[in-house]
Ligand binder design. Structure first.
Ligand code: SF4
Ligand code: SF4
Ligand code: FES
Length: 369
C-alpha cells in the first residue's frame, strides 16, 4: 500500500518529482541522490564513506538500498533519485549486508574504544558497530594501513591501523581545502594514505587545517592537541561559538572538560565555514587559558620594568602618548587598525576615534591583512 506524505510535510514542500520510499510516496528535487531524499525523510541509512560536503564516492557500500527492477542492491549515496523509482531502505536482507560489511571492517581494526576527542566524526564507525552488534573475529585476514606514529607534527595523529580506506581525508583535502597534500598508495590490504614521497606532514603541502581529522570516521586521524585531555576526568561539553581570529567568523564548538578548554571542532552547519577551519582556528587555542596570558594592563615604570595597573591609568598613559606623537610629528604619524571580529558599532567608534580624535583618515581593518 502506497500512502502519500502530506503536502504540508517539510520534505514535499515545493517539490514536484515523486518516488516511493519504503511504501510511501515522497517528493524530491532533481539532482538529489536516493540517500539525500531518504535522510530528509527521516530514514537512518548507515554510511561510512559519505560526507555531505564531498562528491559521492560509493566506496563502503554500507548505504545499500533495494531499487525495484535492479538486480542487486545499489549504493544510495551515488544513485540519483528518478521519478517513479521505488526504493526500500530497511529490509532484513539489507541489514544483513550492512552487518557483514561492518564485520569485515571490524576484523582488521583495533578493539579499543575511540575517544571522541580524536575528531568530530571519529566515533562514526564504533557507533555503527554498536548499533549492529558487530564484534571482531568473524573474518580473519591481513591488516591494512600502517600507522605513522613517528610523524612528529604537533597536531595530527596518524593511526592508520584504524584506517578503513574510505578516503574521506584525501577527498576533503582535495575538494574542500584544495590542497591535495595526501593521497592513496597501494591497493587492497596494501592501501596506505601518504603524503608526496611518503614523508611526514610537516614536509608536505599540508596546511594543518585539520579537515581530514574531523571527517575521519574511525579516529585513524586524531587531533593530538585535544587528545592531551583524554585522561582528564569529566564529560566533554560542546559550546557553540565563533572563532576569535579573523573576520570570516567561522562557527566552532569549544570542547571543555570541567573548566578546561581542551579542543575545538568546526561546526559542520556553520554558515561561514561549513566544517572548514584554518590552522589557527583549529589548533591555536592554548592562549585562552595560558598562564602567561595578560589579564591586567601593564605599564613600564621608571625602573624599566612592566608593572600591573588599572585601566584608568593605562588609558590615560596611552592617550598622553598619542597626544605627544601627534603634537610632535603631526596627525599622519598615527594609524588605527580595527579588529576583524569587532561588531559594526565598535568599528564605527574606532573610525570616529581616529578621524575625529586624531584628525587623520589612516584607519584600516585587520581583515584586509
Ligand atoms: S585515515 Fe580516516 S578518513 Fe582517511 S581513509 Fe583512513 S579511515 Fe578514511
Ligand atoms: S590537515 Fe588539511 S591540508 Fe593537511 S592533510 Fe589534512 S586536510 Fe589536507
Ligand atoms: S556511504 Fe554510500 S557507499 Fe559509502
Amino acid at each position: 500500500m502506497v500512502s502519500v506524505i502530506s503536502e504540508t510535510n517539510r520534505s514535499t514542500a515545493g517539490r514536484t518529482h515523486r518516488m516511493t520510499l519504503d511504501g510511501e510516496q515522497v517528493a524530491f528535487d532533481p539532482g538529489e541522490t536516493v540517500y539525500e531524499v531518504a535522510s530528509r525523510c527521516g530514514k537512518s541509512i548507515p554510511t561510512l564513506c559519505y560526507d555531505p560536503r564531498l562528491e559521492p564516492f560509493g566506496g563502503c557500500r554500507l548505504c545499500l538500498v533495494r531499487v525495484e527492477g535492479a538486480r542487486h542492491p545499489v549504493a544510495s549515496c551515488t544513485v540519483k533519485a528518478t521519478p517513479g523509482m521505488a526504493v526500500r531502505t530497511d529490509t532484513e536482507e539489507l541489514e544483513d549486508y550492512r552487518k557483514i560489511l561492518l564485520e569485515m571492517v571490524a576484523s582488521e581494526n583495533p578493539d579499543e574504544a575511540v575517544d571522541p576527542l580524536r575528531g568530530y566524526a571519529s566515533r562514526e564507525f564504533s557507533d555503527l558497530a554498536d548499533r549492529y552488534g558487530v564484534t571482531k573475529g568473524r573474518f580473519r585476514g591481513r591488516q591494512s594501513g600502517r600507522s605513522r606514529f613517528e610523524d612528529d607534527n604537533p597536531f595530527i595523529l596518524r593511526d592508520y591501523d584504524r584506517c578503513i580506506s574510505c578516503y574521506r581525508c584525501v577527498r576533503v583535502c582535495a575538494e574542500q581545502e584544495g590542497d591535495h597534500a595526501i593521497n592513496i598508495a597501494g591497493r587492497g590490504f596494501s592501501t596506505q594514505i601518504i603524503t608526496e614521497f611518503a614523508g611526514n606532514l610537516k614536509e608536505s603541502a599540508c596546511t594543518f587545517c585539520g579537515q581530514c581529522v574531523q571527517t575521519c570516521p574511525t579516529g585513524a586521524l586524531g587531533d593530538r592537541k585535544a587528545m592531551r585531555a583524554e585522561s582528564l576526568p569529566g564529560a566533554i561539553e560542546k559550546t557553540r561559538t565563533i572563532c576569535p581570529y579573523c573576520g570570516v567568523g567561522c562557527s566552532v564548538d569549544a570542547l571543555t572538560k570541567g573548566d578546561r578548554l581542551v579542543g575545538v571542532q568546526p561546526a559542520m552547519d556553520g554558515p561561514a565555514n561549513q566544517g572548514a577551519l584554518c590552522i589557527k582556528g583549529q589548533f591555536a587555542f592554548d592562549f585562552v587559558q595560558h598562564k602567561e596570558r595578560l589579564s591586567m594592563p601593564l605599564v613600564r615604570r621608571a625602573d624599566g620594568r612592566l608593572h600591573e595597573t588599572d585601566w584608568e591609568e593605562a588609558l590615560d598613559l596611552a592617550a598622553g602618548g598619542f597626544r605627544r606623537v601627534v603634537d610632535r610629528y603631526g596627525e599622519r604619524a598615527v594609524y588605527g587598525i580595527a579588529s576583524g571580529r569587532t561588531p559594526s558599532e565598535a568599528d564605527y567608534l574606532m573610525q570616529k576615534f581616529v578621524r575625529a580624535g586624531f584628525g587623520t583618515n589612516q584607519i584600516d581593518n585587520c581583515s584586509r591583512a
